[in-house]
Design a protein around this ligand. Structure first.
Ligand code: BES
Ligand code: ZN
Ligand code: ZN
Length: 514
């Protein structure tokens, strides 16, 4: 099978200068409202006899966000091509502006088959942000933009890049040192996110719950301080994980319960133990409450939450964060069949609580409740779950941000901060008593659907019942898990949403700045 494009970042000292840097493409940023070109733009313009400023004055490139223009070096610059990337209005600029610009540049480089890229985007920002954070944002962005999913395309695209070499360049040694620290963690996170995108993009005939469990075992073998426990159907029965068993009962592929544990020893003492719990439905047909045919193929991505958890454990272990982190991933395939669970069934879940099933398509919460109860039994202080849980969340927030619910204001704030740091946006939503009341059943402890309205909130209120005394937050990533079409900065398909967000949260918690 074809490998994904191997994106590699380094930080290099620009000798003799940035304008002379040798590469297939040099990437330079530009703000919409900059009165005059900055030093680098000026130098390049001078070498090119005013070609850049002419491009600007003709209005062919206005430096709006996501706009790009290419100027050819004509042997006068070190690079064959200069890619100008628009950064929009300076006062609106954030680290995500830089991250996106790097992604756009990497995506263009792949499209143009430019193997070596000199990245000088950060120069446009001056000292607005610290260099380490800029390095991290650029590295995350370059990995994100350089990603595409084509492992099953047999017809070789002529000259498709196997690798992309991105060199972040600067002429100041102190800045280079700072940039390097950021580029190193940004690369770890970027590689983890691309890993997540590939796993999520793989179809349901390739990844079923046993295959996902095998992948998790393989992942753990390659990481220090990570162990992986997998429960098969027999063990799920012995443990009483009724939720996972019920959802998995209609499929020929058995369900699995995956529990990764990262524990770096004494370094993590006195730090809270965090559980990440991710929904991994390898295909969600809806089960007996079957979904309409339209877009059902996208339900191969219903494992995205669980995969974001696996990839975050990879990033956390590779950064050697001083924290204990569980990665808990219940996995099942939700299929209709003679042995499926049915509307009306009453299921005893791992926590002991009983659930009346009124819709088999509300299966995410049925597996997550066992995952949450497992995290509680492991005495985790903080539990964060992540799931493509409800269409209702997409109705509420669209495709731009994830719903964020929880029972602890501080944890919510920490996740909002992580969203700012990572560029993966969240929006707070309620999940309190009113919603919990809707989830009460007359013949069991709970039912698995509420009324017609507020479906994202009732789903979260259901999950809340399984979190014990832990601080808990819930991320509903339905909608943000996928790019239905390619954008300037992203390939079509899985987004890997959550990997940067959760990594940023855990880095902040561990006190790792970059
Ligand atoms: N996996 C879906 C949610 C989903 C929908 C994710 C669209 C991404 C895009 C989930 O299992 C589901 O089917 N939820 C139901 C819940 C309902 C039956 C209460 C839904 O949202 O319709
Ligand atoms: Zn469903
Ligand atoms: Zn689902």
């Amino acid at each position: 099978m074809k490998q994904i494009i191997d994106v590699k970042l380094t930080v290099r000292k620009a000798v003799p200068d940035i304008a002379g840097w040798k590469a297939d493409m040099l990437v330079v940023g530009r703000f919409l409202d900059d009165k005059a070109p900055d030093k680098l733009n000026k130098e390049l313009n001078a070498r090119l006899d005013g070609a850049i400023e002419q491009l600007m004055s003709l209005g062919d490139f206005k430096a709006k966000e996501e706009a790009t223009a290419i100027v050819y070096g004509n042997q006068r610059t070190g690079a064959g091509r200069i890619l100008l990337v628009g950064l929009g209005e300076k006062k609106k600029a954030t680290l995500d502006t830089l991250r996106k610009a790097a992604a756009i540049a990497a995506k263009r480089a792949v499209a143009l088959k430019a193997k070596t890229v000199g990245l000088a985007l950060h120069k446009a920002f001056g000292s607005q942000f610290d260099a380490a954070r800029m390095g991290r944002a650029m590295a995350e962005g370059a990995h994100f933009g350089g990603y595409r999913y084509d492992e099953f395309v047999t017809e070789g695209e002529n000259g498709r890049l196997d690798s992309l070499k991105v060199e972040v360049i600067d002429s100041d040694s102190a800045t280079i040192k700072e940039l390097s620290a950021g580029v190193s963690s940004g690369s770890v996170i970027g590689v983890a996110q691309s890993y997540a995108r590939t796993l999520a993009n793989r179809p349901a005939n390739v990844i079923n719950p046993p295959a996902l469990a095998a992948e998790a075992k393989k992942l753990a073998r390659g990481l220090k301080n990570v162990t992986c426990t997998v429960f098969d159907e027999k063990q799920l029965k012995a443990k009483g994980m009724g939720g996972v068993l019920a959802v998995g009962s209609g499929s020929k592929s058995e369900p699995r319960f995956i529990a990764l544990k990262y524990s770096p020893g004494p370094r993590a003492a006195n730090k809270p133990t965090v559980a990440l719990v991710g929904k991994a439905i390898t295909f969600d047909s809806g089960g007996i409450s079957i979904k309409p045919a339209q877009d059902m193929d996208q339900m191969k991505l219903d494992k995205s939450g669980g995969i974001a958890v696996l990839a975050t454990i990879k990033a956390v272990a590779e950064m050697r964060l001083p924290l204990n982190v569980f990665g808990i991933v219940p996995s099942a395939e939700n299929m209709p069949g003679g042995s499926s669970y049915r509307p009306g069934d009453i299921i005893t879940t791992y926590s002991g609580k009983t659930v009346e099933v009124l819709n088999t398509d509300a299966e995410g919460r049925m597996i997550l409740c066992d995952g949450l109860a497992y995290a509680v039994k492991q005495k985790c202080d903080v539990i964060i779950d992540i799931a493509t849980l409800t269409g209702a969340c997409m109705v509420a927030l669209g495709k731009y941000m994830a719903g964020l619910m929880g029972n602890d204001d501080k944890l919510i704030k920490q996740l909002q901060q992580a969203a700012e740091d990572s560029g993966e946006k969240v929006w707070p939503m309620p999940s309190g008593d009113e919603y919990a009341d809707e989830m009460k059943s007359r013949i069991a402890d709970l039912k698995n659907i509420g009324s017609k309205w507020g479906g994202a909130c009732t789903a979260a209120a259901f999950l809340r019942q399984f979190t014990g005394q832990a601080k808990w937050a819930h991320l509903d990533i339905a909608g943000v898990d996928i790019f239905a079409k390619a954008t300037e900065s992203a390939a079509e398909g899985a987004s890997g949403f959550g990997v940067r967000l959760l990594s940023a949260y855990l880095m902040n918690l561990a006190g790792k700045k970059t």
